[in-house]
Write a protein that binds this ligand. Structure first.
Ligand SMILES: NC(=O)c1ccc[n+]([C@@H]2O[C@H](COP(=O)([O-])OP(=O)(O)OC[C@H]3O[C@@H](n4cnc5c(N)ncnc54)[C@H](OP(=O)(O)O)[C@@H]3O)[C@@H](O)[C@H]2O)c1
Length: 263
């Protein structure tokens, strides 16, 4: 596990989607470096459990914000809850997917995914990008997905929304560098977290082995500290995406065929 410099990225960090999976692991590794953490997600109970373990194991302070990031107006709540803190690191990780044939999925659900996977990254990157630039040091990590490298059949809205943090982060990596702000994008392919079961990713024959959340976060901090814009560069991402696309179409087509009523 990498040590994160508290002078640069502390004394406080903010992590979204911190109640589970990759986000909870980000919070753990940040706290292990002695940095206090603001934890954001919907489930207040799971946030409290994560906060309790960080305080117990790493003796840091925590603050929890129970918030649905798939709704409008999240920035006011987050700003109000963090304006008094000196935040040096922001991990915009919360995200979700909703695979299936695009036109059969309810529009309201697709809109929520856009709000969560696109607008929330935009608002956090803008708000904290300004604050970090003003203090002249710090870091911003955006969590995308390998699916964001192109249009993925049966994950049309999901892949389109995951393209946003990837592209935004690549651009901000260069744009904020002169202000002393390090920006990187974590591009997960398959990480063992609860979402893998929920979306049925395990059933898809992806071109890589699943890694742990601990390994994924280590990849992100390695890229951040080595001043790389992403954990997987575009040259490696393009062939990976091409293989992944075929596997996703096959798996979801099979699932759809199995769920159709027999005549
Ligand atoms: N695991 C993979 O293989 C994989 C692959 C590609 C991309 N990713 C990306 O990695 C990120 C983390 O996912 P994960 O694998 O750690 O999944 P996870 O275990 O399901 O965690 C998702 C986190 O996001 C939070 N979240 C979801 N919807 C939210 C909402 N509307 N408002 C606020 N918080 C919300 C969840 O908390 P609550 O439910 O408490 O709100 C949870 O803390 C996501 O952006 C995901 O798309 C993961």
């Amino acid at each position: 596990m990498r040590q994160i410099d508290r002078q640069v990225y502390g004394p406080w960090a903010l992590v979204t989607g911190a109640s589970s999976g990759i986000g909870a692991e980000f919070a753990r590794q940040i706290a292990a470096s002695g940095i206090n953490v603001v934890l954001v997600a919907r489930s207040q109970e799971r946030l409290r459990d994560v906060a309790t373990s960080l305080q117990r194991d790493h003796h840091v302070d925590t603050r929890t914000i129970s918030l649905d990031l798939g709704q409008d107006g999240i920035l006011d709540r987050i700003a109000e809850a963090t304006d008094d803190l000196d935040i040096g690191l922001v991990v915009s990780n919360a995200g979700a997917g909703n695979p299936g044939p695009f036109i059969s999925l309810p529009l309201a659900g697709l809109r929520e995914i856009v709000q969560l996977n696109v607008i929330t990254h935009l608002e956090l990157a803008h708000h904290f990008g300004r604050r970090l630039s003003e203090r002249g040091r710090g870091g911003l990590v955006l969590v995308s997905a390998a699916a964001g490298a192109g249009g993925l059949t049966y994950m049309a809205n999901d892949s389109a929304t995951k393209a946003y943090p990837l592209s935004l982060g690549e651009a901000l990596h260069e744009e904020l560098e002169s202000a002393g702000v390090d920006v990187t994008v974590l591009v997960p392919v398959l990480v063992k977290t609860p979402v893998v079961d929920r979306i049925g990713l395990e059933a898809i024959d992806l071109p890589v082995d699943a890694i742990s959340a601990e390994e994924a976060v280590d990849e992100a901090f390695t890229a951040l500290l080595e001043h790389r814009p992403t954990t997987i560069d575009r040259e490696r991402l393009a062939p990976l995406f091409a293989e992944m696309k075929g596997a996703v179409i096959t798996a979801i087509s099979k699932r759809l065929a199995a769920s159709r009523p027999a005549h």
